[in-house]
Design a protein around this ligand. Structure first.
Ligand SMILES: [Zn+2]
Ligand SMILES: [Zn+2]
Length: 331
């Protein structure tokens, strides 16, 4: 009865065993923290350091554009309907998309060009992006959200995604956590319905030692128990992989694994993996930036026979003739 008259937030503060379900992005810091982390990772003799610095400039541009931007928030009717049907609050794939992101894309390109890191091929790509009409932009967004790889242009997708991220992150930063519906699919973002990029075991305060998946679009984080696969909900066959010395003995490998701030969490039910970071080992871990900067771990996982559960939003697979259907599900 007490619970009926208290708001959800009050209950959480009364009951210390309650796990906060949702962490919303911080409007003034989400993209700048990502940019700082990308630069930090680029400085650690990363094989793709130049690319990471360029992407840090893109994240800086996102932060700058979001400061002067406000998306149209969902109506009370839309919120009620999403809750009633256990659907994402502001779905990215279905529903009417706010075309404001087209202008956001142009502003991001302006800022990226002003940052002065562009090579001639990138200048050409940006010139091409500026000429895309609204229908082409929307169909690219559809293909990206539906993960129809054959229709996604891998070169322009990161920039299109960056513009969409500004709009959805702006919306997610302002939502009331209590409005966020409970979805039946635990592995999709309850705010926008997109796939998570990676997860973090957080430290400190009410989130201490809990695992949160971070949305690749709106940066909302939602709680998921660590014993479950974020792709298929299986609790069987979960294993962790780290980059270490491949020829080391078992004891050395064990020690390397226990120190690692970043691991790949694989599932033998669906044969996919997502990365997981431990803030207790590296406080600055950022799921979006750290996933992008750890391609060597992706190579290792490919060699071990696992595929990514979903692509990194800024790194789309090149199309090949033999591409397998990413939506196919085996049992
Ligand atoms: Zn989301
Ligand atoms: Zn699985």
């Amino acid at each position: 009865m007490v619970q009926r008259i208290l708001e959800a937030g009050d209950i959480e503060s009364l009951d210390h065993s309650a796990i906060p379900r949702i962490r919303t992005p911080e409007r003034l810091a989400v993209f700048s923290a990502r940019a700082a982390r990308l630069r930090q990772l680029a400085a650690l003799s990363n094989p793709i350091a130049g690319y990471l610095r360029l992407m840090a400039a893109l994240a800086d541009a996102q932060q700058a554009v979001m400061t002067g931007f406000k998306a149209k928030p969902p109506s009370a009717e839309l919120i009620a309907s999403a809750q009633q049907h256990s659907m994402p609050l502001i779905p990215a794939l279905s529903g009417v998309r706010d075309p404001a992101w087209h202008e956001v894309l142009i502003q991001l390109l302006d800022k990226l060009q002003a940052a002065g890191l562009l090579t001639p091929p990138l200048e050409a790509l940006i010139a091409k992006l500026r000429t895309l009409d609204a229908a082409t932009l929307e169909s690219q967004a559809d293909a990206i959200f539906a993960q129809r790889f054959a229709e996604v242009d891998p070169a322009s997708a990161p920039f299109i995604m960056a513009a969409l991220q500004v709009v959805w992150t702006d919306l997610a930063a302002d939502i009331d956590k209590r409005d966020v519906p409970y979805l039946e699919t635990l592995g999709l973002c309850p705010v926008c319905g997109s796939h998570p990029v990676a997860s973090t075991v957080r430290i400190g305060g009410v989130h201490d030692n809990y695992r949160y998946l971070q949305c690749g679009l709106c940066a909302t984080e939602w709680h998921m128990v660590r014993s479950k696969c974020s792709n298929c909900d299986s609790t069987k066959g979960i294993a962790y992989h780290t980059l270490g010395s491949p020829d080391a003995d078992a004891a050395t490998k064990e020690a390397e694994s226990s120190k690692a701030a970043l691991k790949a969490e694989s599932c033998d039910e669906c044969h996919t993996y997502r990365k997981i970071g431990y803030q207790s080992k590296d406080y600055d871990f950022d799921p979006f930036a750290d996933d992008l900067a750890s391609l060597t771990l992706d190579l290792l996982m490919g060699e071990e026979g696992y595929r990514r559960a979903s692509p990194h939003p800024w790194l789309w697979p090149e199309q090949t003739d033999t591409a397998t259907d990413p939506s196919s599900e085996s049992d």
